[in-house]
Design a protein around this ligand. Sequence first.
Ligand SMILES: Nc1nc2c(ncn2[C@@H]2O[C@H](COP(=O)(O)OP(=O)(O)O)[C@@H](O)[C@H]2O)c(=O)[nH]1
Ligand SMILES: [Mg+2]
Length: 351
Amino acid sequence: MPERPTQPKADLATRFRAGQVPALARAISIAEDQREGFEELLHELLKAGPSAGRVGFTGPPGAGKSSLLAHVANAYRDWDEGVGIVAVDPTSPYSGGALLGDRIRMNDLATDPGIFIRSMASRGSLGGLATTTKEVLDLMDAFGFERVLVETVGVGQTELEITAAADTVIVVLVPESGDAIQAMKAGLMEIADIFVVNKADRPGAARLAKEVRQALHLRAGHGMEDTTGHHGVDLTQVAREARPTATPAIDSAGWEIPVLETNALEGTGVEALMEAIEKHRAWLEQSGELDARRRDRARGRIRDVVEREMRRAAWSSTEVNDGLTAGVDRIAAGDATPYSVARELLALLLR
Ligand SMILES: Nc1nc2c(ncn2[C@@H]2O[C@H](COP(=O)(O)OP(=O)(O)O)[C@@H](O)[C@H]2O)c(=O)[nH]1
Ligand SMILES: [Mg+2]
């Protein structure tokens, strides 16, 4: 049987740059499976650096993240912008356009070539879900989508880490999800650029919005007294000068966090949400915060890749594996401990 011709990498990169969606899908698969040469490929494809507006949606399960995301995606499509979507929430029914059916044109989303949706498996990712998901976001960005949207369930460290790969983080809460204190405990207050209290049609929405505002004010009041911002500037002073009388919910970089109410079934409040996202984008660019966030992300990514490579280098080395086997015997014989064996193996690796 003739051998199936293998696609040379340069070719994939060329097709990717030409905007061919199958090439994006293939690049994502290669990154997800960490196939031979995937880092070479990522290097090649990600040279241009980030340029998309990245928006993250997080919050408890059932809050309406997918529903809101679909509205936002539709709005961008109306502006004729390309949209990449990454869903880490395994319950998000994006495939097949099932989400809310025709009510918000999710069917259009599933067949629209200006939209690319990828669901990430929440388990069993080879490189760690967070790192791989960030790579998928980067690929969608590099592919040329103007907007890249990501949805995660705001519960664990992994999800929070993924959310931090967005420029604008929207935390979606609902009356059922508990009070503002719970959101603070879950670390959601720290990462939110915009708060949305969804299911505004349900009782308790207005009260929750009020609680969130109060919690933000409290944090702004206490948390900012003696903190300095990212750039060593006393932002308390900056914030005071900018708004001498108000006590707004300003975060440590000087952004006033809006708390919005929406009804994702009806689409109520979605317009205000779009405005808030655009306003945040403009603020990110003007304040230098976008640059600061991208630098932070680059730093994190370098660490991720170094750690992943070190792990791979360690456990793919015959010498290290032999040392591991021998070490287990020596521990069993009472001649060593895991610490002494680990030190020897590290010495082998770092010599
Ligand atoms: N009553 C009401 N239901 C909503 C609203 N937004 C979403 N839902 C419903 O809540 C459920 C969960 O929505 P979904 O977007 O999947 O939430 P996710 O888990 O956060 O992505 C679905 O049945 C939606 O139809 C809303 O504003 N009001
Ligand atoms: Mg969802």
